[in-house]
Design a protein around this ligand. Structure first.
Ligand SMILES: Cc1cc2nc3c(=O)[nH]c(=O)nc-3n(C[C@H](O)[C@H](O)[C@H](O)COP(=O)(O)O)c2cc1C
Length: 243
């Protein structure tokens, strides 16, 4: 039974950065989708790098990407929530995973809940969720969900199904902790629109680099309202003369 009042299914976009086929990352992301689907109605657009990776590498600008990848990017930008997974390569996400998200419009994910997942060969790189994936989605002002899911090669059978009970429990916990946050996810679009227009205005008025120089404005944690932050920004345009 759904925990949500709305009967409209949540628009979930899942991304697996796994380049191989079959892929443990893909199996992990699929297991998270399945667990979420047990709890609430969802519609899923699943982007698999095992399919799109060869289409991604040569593009520098978004318009150079094949239509299929442009449609995938549009789906990410329109999602109610994301489930993202990557294999660990050299202690981080893969280069292509980052390349894909480099094309995502920078205000499109404001307040969007993102469930983080990764698969690696070693337990020692589990914190890739915290020191690589979480900062990337913090840049987007997304709401990274409290519990991420990390799996290693040992958690899977030779057929790439999940073998480990501990991993299954972790997926259940991650989804359980996500559900109360996902409840209001469809409303995030309004907030994203406000942030987007404010960002565009600020860029036009000041130039982005000049804005960063306004050091009194940057600690905006003390100014939760965007309008209040903006009026402080304008006050600071005329700096008092120092005798
Ligand atoms: C180029 C490369 C670099 C890797 N680097 C790491 C690493 O730094 N840490 C780690 O734990 N695993 C590393 N691995 C192992 C993969 O992360 C692991 O096998 C992963 O589950 C593969 O996911 P896939 O089945 O979706 O391709 C690396 C694998 C490759 C191919």
């Amino acid at each position: 039974m759904s925990v949500f009042n709305s009967t409209k299914p949540l628009n979930i976009v899942a991304v697996s950065g796994g380049l191989n086929h079959p892929s443990k990352t893909e199996a992990l992301v699929q297991a998270i989708i399945d667990e979420l689907g047990e709890a609430t109605p969802i519609q899923v657009h699943f982007i698999k790098f095992s399919e799109i990776a060869p289409l991604l590498g040569g593009a520098i600008y978004r318009k150079q990407l094949p239509q299929r990848v442009q449609d995938d990017l549009a789906a990410v930008e329109a999602a109610d929530a994301l489930i993202v997974g990557t294999p660990v390569y050299r202690a981080s996400f893969t280069g292509l995973f980052k390349h894909f998200f480099d094309f995502v419009e920078q205000t499109a994910l404001v307040d969007v809940p993102v469930l983080l997942a990764a698969s690696g060969g070693s337990d020692r790189h589990a914190l890739v969720l915290e020191h690589q994936l979480r900062p990337l989605f913090s840049f987007f002002q997304a709401q990274t969900l409290p519990i991420g899911v990390y799996a290693t090669d040992r958690d899977f059978t030779l057929e790439y199904t999940i073998y480990s009970e501990a991993l299954r429990d972790r997926i259940t916990l991650a989804v359980a902790r996500a559900l109360p946050i996902l409840e209001w996810a469809p409303a995030k679009g309004q907030r994203a629109e406000v942030v987007k227009s404010k960002t565009q205005q600020a860029n036009q008025n000041l130039g982005i680099n000049k804005q960063i120089e306004q050091d009194e404005v940057l600690p905006s944690a003390a100014v939760p309202s965007l309008d209040a932050a903006e009026s402080r920004l304008h006050q600071n345009k005329v700096k008092p003369q120092v005798a």
